[in-house]
Design a protein around this ligand. Structure first.
Ligand SMILES: Nc1ncnc2c1ncn2[C@@H]1O[C@H](COP(=O)(O)OP(=O)(O)OP(=O)(O)O)[C@@H](O)[C@H]1O
Ligand code: SF4
Ligand SMILES: [Mg+2]
Length: 328
């Protein structure tokens, strides 16, 4: 089945005082109907910029300089702003870390949800209210009729995020971009919300990109994972395979240890060093300064993305458990 969202060789650059910065440097991924892709990486790796690009929300000094973003086969890059605005909220939806960015503090929840429905559909107030009520119920909000009359500040952080999610999913969007929506919440609540949203996406066929810096949040919940480092996806695969047998040393570092069947070294308790400055990337593999397996080849030549097996890609000269550095 063809993917709902297909991103190819996406490049996003910013003009800064220190010159141009390539925040996203050739990112490609697909998300299918009802599928959840976890987009994971440390701060500054380009996750949010990737999400914003899909939503058509890159504004100057940023710019999509290359690549393609297809929504159900239709190209989004280069579309006029008014067309993209119409798509947002209906076919493309988003949730961000702070739900107060999407919820209006001075309006009751019912007013906001009904307005969100009316922005794209002409239905009666009763039909809109019923839909809003059902949507709140689906995200686990008890007594939704009563809660609809409340204001955002009368909800806990987790409940507020659930309202934002319910609002984002009102139109059964084709794609939902969730940018660290639960980071501020307790880990148990994060997993609970992700599991509910995953179920909703599966039911409605929505393709979701769940952005997080914390691999443990998506463990067991997302279907596939894409790991980003310095503006590139360095590894993709099913969540189960990737967590069990990471191929990229950076992924292994994020997980916190290299699997024991890999005899190449001690477990990495944490990744040493800092994320590189994008304005000043080293030649070769951008992870080399922090990688305990780096060789002269790594420091000189940027590794290409290689498919190790169906659906598993890695951008490393010596994928863990596949190629030993000394053999190369
Ligand atoms: N408005 C901007 N102007 C200039 N550079 C920017 C701008 N927005 C992003 N960048 C550049 O893009 C890089 C990636 O930013 P992005 O917000 O995508 O990171 P992230 O992976 O979402 O990190 P975090 O986990 O902190 O949210 C930044 O480090 C910065 O160099
Ligand atoms: S290419 Fe080399 S430096 Fe980069 S991650 Fe792989 S082993 Fe480490
Ligand atoms: Mg971000």
């Amino acid at each position: 089945m063809s993917p709902v969202l297909s991103v190819r060789e996406l490049v996003v650059s910013f003009t800064t005082r220190d010159g141009p910065v390539t925040a996203v440097a050739g990112v490609s991924f697909d998300v299918g109907r009802g599928e959840v892709l976890g987009l994971v990486g440390e701060s500054g790796s380009g996750k949010s910029v990737t999400g914003l690009a899909v939503l058509g929300l890159i504004d100057p000094p940023g710019q999509i300089t290359r690549g393609s973003i297809r929504l159900e086969g239709e190209e989004l890059v280069g579309r006029p702003e008014d067309e993209l605005r119409r798509l947002r909220g209906r076919r493309l939806a988003m949730i961000f870390q702070d739900p107060m960015n999407t919820l209006n503090p001075v309006l009751r929840i019912d007013t906001q949800m009904i307005e969100a429905i009316w922005a794209h559909e002409r239905v009666s107030e009763k039909a809109a209210r019923d839909r809003a009520c059902r949507a709140l119920m689906q995200v686990g909000i008890p007594s939704p009729e009563e809660r609809l009359r409340a204001y955002p500040h009368q909800f806990s952080g987790g409940m507020r995020q659930r309202v934002a999610i319910a609002t984002a999913l009102l139109h059964r969007p084709a794609v939902l971009i969730a940018d660290e929506p639960t980071t501020a919440l307790d880990v148990t609540i994060q997993s609970q919300i992700l599991s509910e949203v995953q179920q909703l996406c599966e039911e409605s066929g929505t393709a979701m990109v769940w952005i997080t810096h914390d691999l443990s949040v998506i463990a067991g919940l997302a279907d596939r994972v894409a790991v980003m480092y310095a503006g590139r996806i360095v590894e993709t695969g099913s969540v189960a395979d990737t967590l069990e047998h990471p191929l990229h040393p950076y992924t292994a570092g994020l997980i916190g240890s290299v699997p024991s069947r890999n005899r190449r070294g001690e477990p990495l308790a944490q990744i040493p060093g800092m994320t590189p400055s994008l304005a000043n990337l080293p030649p070769g593999c951008p992870f080399a300064p922090r990688c305990s397996y780096a060789t002269a080849t790594c420091r000189g030549i940027m590794p290409d993305a290689v498919e190790i097996q169906a659906g598993r890609n890695v951008r490393c000269h010596y994928p863990l458990g596949v190629v030993a550095p000394e053999a190369a």
